[in-house]
Design a protein around this ligand. Structure first.
Ligand code: KDG
Length: 349
């Protein structure tokens, strides 16, 4: 009996020592983690956007959450926030730099305040259609631009789509350059947008998206520009009477992650979040295109007057903003501008 007790004690001691050994290896280096990063610690991603929960952008974010939580077996949890609950594009991007938020999906326009080369996508009438935009953004030059975000403590994981922007206002039907005269237009916080609208004769004001609805409601601005999906889903038709298919800029979204958070992930987890951002982006682009197709009609059903821009009128707009583009080439960086123009050409061959 005494012998048996002694043997059991030894077995127990060996088991306890072995367990301690494992624990040390995991907590000190994280090496030997499973593919899902199973160190026992759950990492949480706080992901925010400015648009509301009906918008395809939010559906994309939910897709990202679904993929990441499933592929990491819950080792990474994603909490999603819409409608600017965490702030606007700019302040959320700053929160990523500080490490107090992990994900934001801003338009590229405010990102140009962090990496000036992103303003290349603010060149008016740059992309002829969404397919060419996809090829350029997902191709070499698009990915090279994402790489520049690292210097700003940001990691660009994928491009999503905001889309072609169209003008709305509460004053008059806009059919030609003359009709822009003096219109108080809210723009995103981007110098090229501001100067392009000035060149068209408007009176632009930069403003965060979170303040836009109230500004239109109170008449601080006469109008704004955004894709049909946003105009409809944010109910801008309640405070705007006219919409024109100006299609003046194609806005990409960038799926951004905080660099300090990304660097703290295991290699497997980095691959999972990268692939998930790309996959969710494909889903978002598809939903967004469907939305933009159907919502122009619904805006008219809600009482907005639609004005179609003729080819001649669009050419007048192209001519009016041409000097601004020339002026910005050096500010953006000639090399980036040339590469993007070349990629657009190649995508159309
Ligand atoms: O979530 C994205 C929005 O915050 C913003 O980018 C929408 O296009 C937009 C705008 O006009 O500010």
């Amino acid at each position: 009996m005494k012998k048996l007790f002694g043997l059991l004690s030894i077995v127990l001691l060996i088991t306890v020592l072995a367990a301690c050994g494992n624990g040390d290896a995991e907590s000190s280096s994280g090496e030997g983690e499973s593919a899902s990063g199973d160190s026992g610690e759950t990492k949480t991603i706080k992901a925010g956007i400015g648009l509301n929960s009906d918008h395809p952008q939010y559906k994309g974010l939910l897709k990202f959450k679904e993929i990441v939580e499933e592929k990491t077996d819950g080792a990474i949890k994603v909490d999603t926030y819409h409608s600017g609950q965490l702030g606007d594009d700019r302040s959320m991007t700053e929160a990523l730099q500080l490490g107090t938020q992990e994900v934001v999906v801003p338009s590229t326009a405010p990102l140009a305040n962090f990496v000036p080369e992103f303003s290349v996508f603010d060149i008016p009438f740059l992309f002829p259609n969404e397919q060419v935009a996809d090829e350029v953004l997902d191709g070499e030059v698009g990915q090279e631009l994402l790489g520049k975000l690292e210097e700003q403590n940001l990691v660009g994981l994928a491009y999503w789509e905001n889309g072609f922007r169209d003008l709305t206002n509460s004053e008059r039907a806009v059919a030609s350059v003359d009709d822009f005269d003096g219109l108080k237009i809210r723009t995103m916080e981007n110098d090229l947008h501001l100067d392009a609208f000035k060149a068209l004769g408007a009176n632009p004001t930069p403003m965060a998206f979170t303040e836009l609805f109230t500004a239109m409601q109170q008449g601080t601005v006469d109008g704004q520009e955004n894709p049909y999906a946003t105009i409809y889903l944010q109910k801008f038709y309640e405070v705007q009477d006219h919409v024109s298919n100006t299609h003046h800029i194609y806005s990409p979204f960038v799926f951004l992650m905080s660099k300090s958070f990304y660097d703290g992930l295991t290699e497997d987890q980095q691959k999972i979040v990268k692939d998930a951002a790309v996959e969710a982006g494909k889903h978002e682009r598809k939903l967004n295109r469907e939305a933009n197709e159907k919502y122009l009609k619904q805006l008219q059903e809600e009482g907005m007057e639609y004005t179609e821009i003729s080819d001649e009128a669009r050419q007048e707009m192209v001519d009016a903003v041409a000097p601004v583009i020339e002026d910005y080439k050096s500010k953006i960086g000639e090399e980036t501008v040339d590469k993007v123009y070349k990629a657009i050409e190649d995508a159309q061959k």
